[in-house]
Design a protein around this ligand. Structure first.
Ligand code: AMP
Length: 216
C-alpha cells in the first residue's frame, strides 16, 4: 500500500516538473553572449560566423549608431559628432537604444552583443534587462589582442572601408576610451566567473573554433 502511494506521489512530482518546465517563458531557453574586445579585435568577423552557426540575434551598438547617422535620424544627429571624434556615446543614450532593440526581438533564440557593454553601468543595465526577461548573459568572450595588432588591423580597414572613426587621431581616442573605460568591464564579469578569454591573433577559423569550444 505504502509503495503504491509513494509511486503515485513520485509520478505526480514528475508530472508537476514537466508542467512547470513547459510554462517557463521561451526566453529562459536563450543563450546570450557578449563578445568583448578593443576596436579592431575581430568582433565583427567572429560575430558573423557565430550567428550563422548558432542563429543569434546580432546586436552591435556601433552598427546601430552608424545606421542612425547614415539615415540622419534624431538619434543619429545627436551622436554623429561624438562618434566622429572617437569618444563613447553617453550611457543614457546607448542603454535606451539597446533596450529598444531588445524589445524588438521578443522571439530571439539568443542575443550576441557586439560592442556592448563598454562601461560598467552598461553591463549592469544589460544584466537587469536580461533578468527582467527571465534570462541572463551566459557567456562573455573577450578577444585578447595587443594594441599594436589592433592599430595595424584598423589601418588596413581604413584603406578598405573608409570609416571616419578609423582615422588616426580618432582611432587614438577610441583606443584611449577602450583602455580608460571599457577595460573596467572585464573585472565586472571576471568577479562573477563569467569571463572567458580567447587569444584573438592568428587564423580566423582557429579563433572561431576556440570560441565554439567554450560555448559547447
Ligand atoms: P564600434 O563599431 O563598435 O567600434 O562603435 C563605433 C562607435 O560607436 C564608437 O566609437 C562609439 O562612438 C559608438 N559606440 C558603439 N557602441 C557603444 C557603446 N556600447 N557605448 C558607447 N558608445 C558606443
Amino acid at each position: 500500500m505504502f509503495r503504491i502511494i509513494a509511486a503515485n506521489a513520485t509520478l505526480a512530482i514528475v508530472h508537476l516538473i514537466i508542467i512547470l518546465r513547459s510554462l517557463k517563458p521561451k526566453l529562459t531557453d536563450m543563450i546570450n553572449l557578449v563578445l568583448f574586445g578593443p576596436p579592431g579585435a575581430g568582433k565583427g568577423t567572429q560575430s558573423e560566423k557565430l550567428i550563422s552557426k548558432y542563429g543569434f540575434v546580432h546586436i552591435s551598438t556601433g552598427d546601430l549608431f552608424r545606421w542612425h547617422t547614415k539615415n540622419d535620424t534624431a538619434l543619429g544627429q545627436q551622436v554623429k559628432q561624438i562618434m566622429n571624434s572617437g569618444a563613447l556615446v553617453p550611457d543614457e543614450i546607448t542603454i535606451a537604444m539597446l533596450k529598444e532593440e531588445l524589445d524588438k526581438n521578443p522571439e530571439a533564440k539568443g542575443f550576441l552583443f557586439d560592442g556592448f557593454p563598454r562601461t560598467v553601468p552598461q553591463a549592469e543595465a544589460l544584466d537587469s534587462f536580461m533578468k527582467e526577461n527571465g534570462t541572463a548573459i551566459h557567456f562573455v568572450v573577450a578577444l585578447d589582442v595587443t594594441e599594436e595588432e589592433v592599430r595595424n588591423r584598423i589601418a588596413k580597414r581604413r584603406s578598405i572601408e573608409n570609416r571616419v572613426d578609423d582615422e588616426e587621431e580618432k582611432l587614438n581616442k577610441r583606443i584611449t576610451e577602450y583602455f580608460s573605460k571599457t577595460i573596467h568591464v572585464l573585472p565586472y564579469y571576471r568577479e562573477q566567473g563569467r569571463l572567458n578569454t580567447v587569444h584573438g591573433i592568428g587564423d580566423i577559423n582557429e579563433i572561431f573554433n576556440n570560441i565554439c569550444a567554450l560555448l559547447n
